[in-house]
Design a binder for this molecule. Sequence first.
Ligand SMILES: [Cu+2]
Length: 157
Amino acid sequence: MNRYERAWLIFAVLMVAAFLGIIAYFNFAAGLKPPHDVEVIDPLRVSQDPRFSQPRVEEVEPGKRYNIYMVARMWSYYPREIQVPRGAEVRFYITSPDVQHGFQVVGTNVQANVIPGYVTVIDARFEKPGEYLIVCNEYCGRGHHFMRAKLRVTEGY
Ligand SMILES: [Cu+2]
């Protein structure tokens, strides 16, 4: 075998080994895996789910823990305004009955895709009181740019 041919063959085999090694490392050693325990929901029956038939802020532990059930649809969020006290543990449950939306609380690191058929769960804590704009950052049709809501973080409970 030509020595260049042999060198390239060895190089290619080493590259494949390196790529498989990287995948194996992140899977087994670092434990990074694609999400596998995501709740599914029939997008046509979103309004029959008690959490989403009445989108709302639920006070789990006053001043400390809140669940927020939200529906993202063309082209609004429900509820349109939500309020939580600063520093509380906030868990968002969001779903979409129509197309994919992008839930983003501007000025924070809260941002996630909302995909019909799934319940998106996001944990957050807002330390700075004030009003935050919630937008849709995934183009979802003609009224996409109207799709927004408001988060108010209050000084205390
Ligand atoms: Cu949208």
